[in-house]
Write a protein of this length. Structure first.
Length: 498
């Protein structure tokens, strides 16, 4: 009798689970929200679509078919409304990050990006904000220039040999070395040969795939992480590798710094770790070793992909729009003649080029680095979003790709037209609406910490490339892979010196 009951337990559990799913689908106050049929009952539909690596396009199509609010899971709703963006992501929002983010960290730890605790995140962010601020950028320009010079050397070699190159890969080499320079005061060395040093890039790719998919079923993450961490080829193993990589870099960095007081005297030339060590030594209770570690880990884990993808997007659209390229070169030439554009263009100079700024903004609108909804949890008591009440615990999210391709805000959204940003400057309300829907780096209190550094890297490199080279893409369309970051996989070009 007991054996029969034991054998029946899995069946009973399955039946109860099915009944629960059916009752939730039938009696939910959100049951009338449209979406794919199977998404009403199981996360498996969303999992399979994300697994295919093209959900940014799927998400756009879902909203075109079903409207501004779409069900993608039993308790998950993708939204495309300005009101939703302000409510969910605005400064002071109490919509915490959803459990999907748990898979982006060690199960027993927390990080800046994945932290779901609103208060702790705000407190942690205060410790880092000044390192990433706009006013700090001038201190990092030398680090960026050094890497840009080496990048130019590599391009010259490809031009001389008339060989094609994967520009997306080399952009990642550049971004990796820049963030290494800024964080640890030394390049990783990716730009020297373009090789994946110690498998760091591959480890990051594994992390992206694992965390993106495991986050859909976050309850499995603590069970999978430990066993998979033993395998270097797994996403969990990749995260363990990067953590050890950062710890070793910090350890070797501290060994070199034998005179902290002397380091303090040259604050402007300090890298991130220098500044964090100084802050820790002055106030060890406020800035701990763990804060030092998660800052370094965040820079390495996110600092290369987001920037390299954005650089790729900008150059891709410039290459495929000759008139845009012509106008940009005219602007650069004009600024150069007026003495307002240095050989190694400064960040300040780049900010004063209106057409270049419009190009960057339009490219990041059309190809944002992130391509999945930024899931948030409706707080206690529920919330009204654009006239619709969502019970507490409901997961809602806006995908930057959905927001950026909204025809109501961006007419002819599939058309790369930098001029739309310049024209909107004469219409304050229109420009305000466009900016509210523009979210390539996130919004509100969870805006990407490294946003300004990424913009610095792009602002200094793109004008140099456009001025010195002609690029010829090998294809009219490219392939991308979306595991949180929408990465081009075959951005191959020929380069010629002008």
């Amino acid at each position: 009798m007991h054996i029969q009951l034991f054998l029946l337990l899995p069946i009973i559990f399955l039946v109860l689970s099915l009944v629960h799913r059916l009752s939730r689908a039938v009696f939910s106050p959100l049951k009338d929200i449209p979406g794919p049929f199977w998404a009403r009952f199981t996360k498996l539909w969303y999992f399979r679509r994300v697994q295919k690596g093209g959900f940014e396009q799927d998400n756009i199509s879902l909203h075109q078919k079903y409207g501004p609010v779409v069900r993608v899971g039993p308790n998950q709703y993708s939204i495309s409304e300005i009101a939703a963006i302000k409510t969910v992501y605005g400064t002071g929002s109490q919509f915490a990050k959803a459990s999907w983010y748990d898979a982006w960290k060690h199960p027993a730890q927390w990080t800046v990006f994945s932290d779901r605790d609103i208060k702790r995140h705000a407190d942690t962010r205060k410790r880092f904000t000044n390192l990433y601020s706009m006013s700090s950028l001038v201190h990092y320009e030398g680090f960026v220039d050094h890497c840009a010079d080496i990048f130019i050397e590599r391009l010259n070699e490809f031009a001389d040999k008339e060989q094609s190159l994967n520009l997306g890969h080399w952009f990642q080499c550049y971004a990796f070395d820049v963030i290494g320079n800024i964080t640890f005061g030394e390049r990783f060395g990716f730009l020297d040969r373009g090789h994946d040093i110690d498998g760091a890039m591959n480890a990051l790719n594994k992390v992206l795939t694992y965390s993106t998919l495991a986050g859909i079923y976050p309850e499995w993450h603590p069970r999978l992480f430990g066993p998979l961490s033993r395998f270097k080829g797994s996403g969990a193993g990749g995260r363990a590798y990067i953590a050890n990589f950062v710890r070793e870099k910090i350890r070797s960095h501290e060994l070199k710094k034998t005179d902290p007081e002397a380091a303090d005297e040259s604050l402007q030339n300090q890298d991130f770790v220098d500044k964090m060590i100084s802050a820790r030594n002055k106030n060890p209770e406020k800035v701990t070793d763990y804060h030092l570690f998660i800052m370094g880990q965040s820079n390495v884990a996110a600092g290369s992909d987001t920037t390299s993808i954005s650089l790729s997007g900008i150059m891709w659209f410039i290459m495929h729009n000759p008139e845009v390229l012509r106008k940009l070169r005219e602007e650069i030439d004009e600024f150069t003649l007026q003495g307002k554009c240095s050989v190694n263009i400064t960040f300040k100079e780049s900010q004063e080029m209106p057409y270049f700024q419009a190009i960057m903004k339009e490219a990041l609108r059309m190809h944002s680095a992130t391509g999945l909804p930024m899931w948030r949890v409706v707080p206690a008591g529920g919330a009204e979003i654009d006239g619709r009440f969502f019970p507490e615990g409901t997961e809602v999210g806006v995908n930057a790709w959905v927001a950026h391709y909204d025809e109501r805000v961006f007419p002819d959204a599939k058309l790369f037209r930098p001029e739309r940003w310049l024209e909107a400057e004469t219409s304050p309300e229109q420009l305000k609406e466009m900016n509210q829907m523009y979210m390539p780096f996130g919004l509100g209190s969870r805006t990407c910490l490294g946003k300004h550094i990424s913009i610095l890297e792009m602002s200094k490199l793109i004008p140099r490339l456009v001025k010195a080279y002609d690029f010829t893409p090998l294809r009219k369309t490219w392939m991308t892979e979306n595991y949180w970051f929408v990465k081009p996989t075959n951005f191959e070009v020929y380069v010629q010196k002008k």
